[in-house]
Design a protein around this ligand. Structure first.
Ligand SMILES: *[C@@H]1O[C@H](CO)[C@@H](O)[C@H](O)[C@H]1NC(C)=O
Ligand SMILES: *[C@@H]1O[C@H](CO)[C@@H](O)[C@H](O)[C@H]1NC(C)=O
Ligand SMILES: *[C@@H]1O[C@H](CO)[C@@H](O)[C@H](O)[C@H]1NC(C)=O
Ligand SMILES: *[C@@H]1O[C@H](CO)[C@@H](O)[C@H](O)[C@H]1NC(C)=O
Ligand SMILES: *[C@@H]1O[C@H](CO)[C@@H](O)[C@H](O)[C@H]1NC(C)=O
Ligand SMILES: CC(=O)N[C@H]1CO[C@H](CO)[C@@H](O)[C@@H]1O
Length: 429
């Protein structure tokens, strides 16, 4: 009996000690209302009522119920198992609590991280915002550039269009010029053919061209062919060749020896045929000379010499022969008969201390200078000037409007309609 009691006391005291260990509410609250908040409390809730009940039973029946040692051992085992279970449960709950606590901690950390991330994000956002602003500005810049390029492009296209237009007109012009070239080539070939035909005709005078006035080729033996102006029908009849012409002052006649020797000017305008040709022509056969002059008042007159001959270069292109004079302009060449030709750079005149070519601004067969100066300076109106183009029988130097000197082989034709040799009336002035 003692034995049993001892065990019971142990059990009870252990239960008490369990109960004493719990510092929670010391007041006697109804058991069923107490909710476990931690492991100790749980232990109290689960174990205490069972032990209480057990103790009551044993106290009530301790006299009647005999409990064997073996039974008590079993009972103890059962309780010990239950205690162990409870401890495990407690451990579980603690773990759960720990977990919850760690979860709290991790939540905190997460929150911090989130905040940090937010900060980082904000920082990045502002940097991105700055970058975006940058990019926006760049885009604007680029857009402006694009606009500029577009404008330039448009301008270039405009220029290109203009160039294309010009190109087209240039192409048209080129076509036109090509056609002209072809046309002139044709003309040139025709002219060449004409010239060749002329060459073959091998004329030495203008006589065959009495009905074909214009420029023709003359071919003298031992001398290169050259072009001359043939006059066709004139007041003096047909077949005359022009050797000198003054019309408008378009050609300068104040030239040197070389120029007068070779000739100059334009065959269809003002010109001088050249002394060398004149020599060759007049030496090849006897020639006659017909000089026609016109005053600014419109009055015309002429001088005709029936035997005209010019010497060679060695002879200073001397006026060797004149023959008989006939006309109504007066004989203003006679005093120059047998005189050499003079230019400002070749003084062959009769004055020793004077250069007549310089004085009269011309080139002629000057003697004690001159009664005629058909290569003088051209004046556009009538002046009285020793430098002018004049033909004066009375030593007046009235400028002439136009002059022409013609030659023709002697006695080829009769001089028709020419008045018989007679003195022209004096100038009434
Ligand atoms: C559990 O309860 C007991 C008594 O009420 C108390 O002493 C102990 O501190 C509690 N333990 C926890 C972890 O709250
Ligand atoms: C935020 O994170 C960065 C890099 O991850 C770290 O260097 C910094 O110390 C953190 N700041 C805070 C307040 O945790
Ligand atoms: C990012 O920055 C822009 C401009 O600074 C601001 O308007 C926007 O609210 C920001 N966004 C966040 C999520 O902070
Ligand atoms: C100019 O015109 C020529 C001939 O018509 C043509 O071949 C060329 O391509 C044109 N050039 C341009 C730039 O239009
Ligand atoms: C000179 O004779 C020509 C031809 O007969 C004639 O045309 C001209 O009018 C005459 N001039 C003078 C001034 O008599
Ligand atoms: C804290 C608590 O509830 N303790 C109780 C434990 O169990 C005994 C016996 O039932 C009670 O007397 C205590 O108050």
């Amino acid at each position: 009996m003692d034995y049993i009691l001892i065990i019971l006391i142990i059990v009870l005291s252990s239960a008490c000690s369990l109960q004493v260990g719990s510092k929670t509410k010391t007041t006697k609250a109804p058991l069923k209302e107490v909710l476990p908040t931690n492991a100790t409390q749980i232990a109290n809730v689960t174990i205490a009522p069972a032990l209480e009940k057990l103790a009551e039973v044993h106290i009530d029946q301790h006299k009647t119920i005999r409990i064997s040692k073996g039974d008590l051992d079993d009972l103890l085992d059962v309780y010990m198992g239950r205690i162990a279970e409870s401890a495990a449960t407690i451990k579980d709950k603690e773990n759960e609590i720990n977990k919850l606590q760690t979860k709290d901690q991790t939540d905190d950390e997460l929150l911090k991280k989130f905040e940090n991330l937010t900060q980082v994000c904000n920082a990045q956002n502002s940097s991105f915002a700055a970058t975006i602003k940058d990019k926006d500005e760049k885009i604007k810049e680029l857009e402006q550039k694009v606009k500029i390029y577009e404008t330039r492009m448009k301008r270039k296209q405009h220029v290109l269009t203009e160039l294309r237009k010009q190109n087209t007109s240039s192409a048209l012009l080129i076509d036109h010029l090509k056609r002209k070239v072809v046309y002139f080539e044709g003309k040139f070939r025709e002219k060449k053919d004409d010239l060749l035909a002329d060459w073959e005709a091998a004329t030495t005078t203008c006589v065959p061209y009495g009905n074909y006035p214009g420029i023709h080729l003359i071919h003298l033996p031992g001398f290169l062919p050259f072009l001359v102006a043939c006059e066709g029908q004139t007041a003096a009849g047909p077949g005359w060749m022009s050797i000198q012409r003054r019309l408008d002052g378009s050609v300068n006649f104040y030239r040197n020896w070389d120029a007068y020797s070779k000739g100059f000017g334009k065959l269809n305008g003002e010109f001088f045929i050249g002394l060398e040709k004149l020599h060759r022509l007049t030496i090849s056969q006897p020639h006659e000379l017909y000089i026609s002059i016109r005053r600014f008042g419109g009055e015309t007159s002429y001088a005709h010499y029936d035997d005209f001959l010019i010497g060679s270069a060695e002879e200073g292109y001397e006026l060797k022969l004149l023959g008989h004079y006939q006309g109504n302009a007066s004989d203003a060449l006679r005093t120059h008969d047998k005189m050499k030709f003079s230019t400002f750079d070749r003084d062959n005149d009769a004055f020793t201390h004077m250069n007549c070519a310089e004085y009269h601004q011309g080139a002629w067969w000057y003697d004690f200078c001159s009664r005629s100066n058909l290569n003088g300076k051209y004046f556009k109106g009538e002046v009285d000037n020793p430098q002018s183009v004049y033909w004066e029988p009375w030593y007046s130097f009235r400028s002439l409007k136009s002059v022409q000197m013609l030659i023709r082989p002697k006695s080829q034709m009769e001089l028709k309609d020419l008045p018989k040799a007679k003195r022209t009336p004096r100038d009434p002035r």
